[in-house]
Design a protein around this ligand. Structure first.
Ligand code: NAD
Length: 377
């Protein structure tokens, strides 16, 4: 059976769905691997490296012969026409609000998997693209902030005088936020952080950052069984905003990462708070694609709001593409391995498997995922 690693057609996507390591792994699983020419260029993987790992370098037309297509982004309508009916396509499908695109994959007879729907259970940790990519986004957010900051982050005592350490405040201490804290600490900043989940308190402290939050009764119950944040009450939001307003005025860099599953991102930084900060301070909004945590943040832009630089880069993991591709490719191949029979080394898709059930959008000509119009159980 043939796995095709596609070259991404989106001009803003530097990542690729295969690495040298993942090609070797696919070969050992019994697959023939075709990599579309140039697919890895923007992730610093050259065609001869894939070849050395056992892949054949092909063209877009080779997708037609593939049983499995690996991608970063959901295939476009045009790409879909190049796949054979019955093929498996695995990508970050961005399924919410894209019913038409999902229906098109069903009509084309594809079995489409959305990696971001992977359950966050122990068995699937190595397939968790939200974590692998958010972790790098958290790192990159600090690098982007440092670039815009025009000053050093660590305290530097020199013969010519002392540069003070930057104060960095991280809002939302999930996967991205914790990596942002760790990165800012490594760069020598004085770091504080906030979250609404009580479990975050200890994690923030263990990274050497100060935890700032309204720790009332609601806070103590703010984590869902799945480990995610709840949307907080109006009353809590008012108390949180007052605490944050006081703290933020003293910060040099603020990095926001707060998300609530299935809801728009919570608004955490108001225009008033931005105005209270020192001119030249930097705010990075990692939630900008989901509505934004910061008032005035613009998706895909770095804007000045009253003397404060507000950074709203899109696809932040894609800004660190070579590392992001390495981890993403590993997530993909680990998932695909669960679909391969150990005895026959052939694809043996089990639609009842919990990982398959959670991630399969389309199969057998129909939309199968209940969250996107598939039949309910
Ligand atoms: P996320 O991306 O959904 O949200 C980012 C952070 O924003 C979360 O920590 C959330 O609590 C916080 N937040 C939401 N509203 C807020 C507000 N009003 N103010 C401040 N902060 C707010 O979350 P995530 O990074 O995907 O991770 C969520 C949790 O899941 C974490 O505890 C993480 O460790 C856990 N997790 C578990 C697994 C696993 O078991 N396999 C994998 C990944 C993550």
């Amino acid at each position: 059976e043939i796995v095709f690693i596609a070259k991404e057609t989106d001009a803003h996507e530097g990542r690729v769905a295969g690495s040298v390591e993942s090609v070797k792994k696919l070969k050992s699983l019994g697959f023939d691997v075709v990599v579309e020419a140039g697919a890895g260029h923007r992730s610093r993987i050259l065609d001869p490296e894939y070849e050395k790992a056992g892949a054949r370098i092909g063209t877009t037309a080779d997708a037609k012969g593939a049983d499995v297509i690996l991608k970063v982004r959901r295939p476009t309508a045009e790409e879909i026409t190049g796949y054979k009916s019955g093929a498996i396509v695995i990508a970050i499908m961005d399924p919410y609000g894209n019913d038409g695109a999902i229906a098109a994959m069903a009509e084309a007879g594809l079995t489409a998997f959305a990696m971001e729907l992977m359950p966050r259970i122990t068995r699937a940790q190595s397939m968790d693209v939200l974590s692998s990519q958010a972790n790098l986004a958290g790192y990159q957010a600090v690098i982007d902030a440092a670039y815009e900051y025009d000053r050093a982050l660590p305290m530097m005592m020199t013969a010519a005088g002392t540069v003070p350490a930057a104060k960095v405040f991280v809002m939302g201490a999930g996967v991205a936020g914790l990596q942002a804290i760790a990165t800012a600490r490594r760069l020598g900043a004085v770091v504080s952080a906030t979250d609404v989940r009580p479990a975050a308190k200890e994690q923030v402290a263990s990274l050497g950052a100060k935890f700032i939050a309204v720790e009332d009764e609601e806070f103590k119950a703010a984590e869902t069984a799945g480990g995610y944040a709840k949307e907080m009450s109006k009353d809590y939001q008012v108390k949180q905003a007052a605490l944050v307003a006081e703290h933020i005025a003293k910060q040099d860099i603020v990095i926001t990462t707060a998300l609530i599953p299935g809801r728009p991102a919570p608004r955490l930084v108001t225009r008033e708070m931005l105005d209270s900060m020192k001119p030249g301070s930097v705010v990075v909004d990692l939630a900008v694609e989901r509505g934004g945590n910061v008032e005035g943040a613009e998706a895909g832009k770095v804007v000045e709001v009253g003397g404060i630089k507000v950074v709203g880069h899109l696809n932040v993991p894609g800004r660190i593409a070579a590392s992001a591709s390495l981890l993403y490719a590993k997530n993909l191949v680990t998932f695909l391995e669960t679909m391969v029979s150990k005895e026959t080394k052939a694809l043996a898709l089990n639609m009842e498997d919990e990982l398959v059930k959670a991630t399969a959008l389309t199969h057998g000509g129909a939309v199968v995922h209940p969250a996107f119009g598939g039949a309910k159980e």
